[in-house]
Write a protein that binds this ligand. Sequence first.
Ligand code: FDM
Ligand code: MG
Length: 219
Amino acid sequence: MSEVKRRGAFIVVEGLDRSGKSTQCAALHERLVESGVVAQLIKFPDRTTVIGQMIDSYLKSQSDMDDHLIHLLFSANRWELASSIERQLREGTSIVCDRYAFSGIAFSASKGLSYAWCRSPDIDLPAPDVTIFLDISPEKAKERGGYGEERYEKEEMQKKVRQVFRRIEVEMQSQRLQSGNQWVTIDAGRDRESVSADVWRHAQPLITGVEHPIRRLWT
Ligand code: FDM
Ligand code: MG
């Protein structure tokens, strides 16, 4: 039997603010490493790049921008890392990614931009092998100690964002057969260990690597 070439897995974690996303990403990354997987943890927005600094200043309300413009910057921030993501996957490194293009659509469409327009700049980005959506009601999220000070961290906005994430889920599931897109929704309103166990259940089948070539988003 000839040996099949495997690459790293691209695991995206999405969710509302206060869903425990960053905690779960860190826990997943740690567990992968403990299991002997070469894995890297990244997050979007990546605030360290020049574009990332513009995004950071916008989120902290230190600058204002047209809604279309900030949307394109969030997308550009992914494109500036796209080739390095691809290279790492091909070299066998698995990637855990805290937010991706789905947050891009969910937040911008919640401000009134068209869903189709929001989706288009991210077409052809490396597609995740699985997207794990941590779902929590905005009411429950608020109970967890309230939102922060950044733009978008308000209950009204979070409710709209959740609705758009639901629409994305439906679209991802309808494309699943031809694109291989895998979207799973986890109830993130439970205790940390239960959520971690579910996250691991979906990530674990990928830890020995992925055989199929890197797919493109929305194609
Ligand atoms: N956000 C994040 C967007 O509006 N578009 C995007 O493409 C991405 C990746 O930025 F409110 C929003 C979501 C969130 C904010 O994210 C910063 P973190 O995870 O809280 O740093
Ligand atoms: Mg935040």
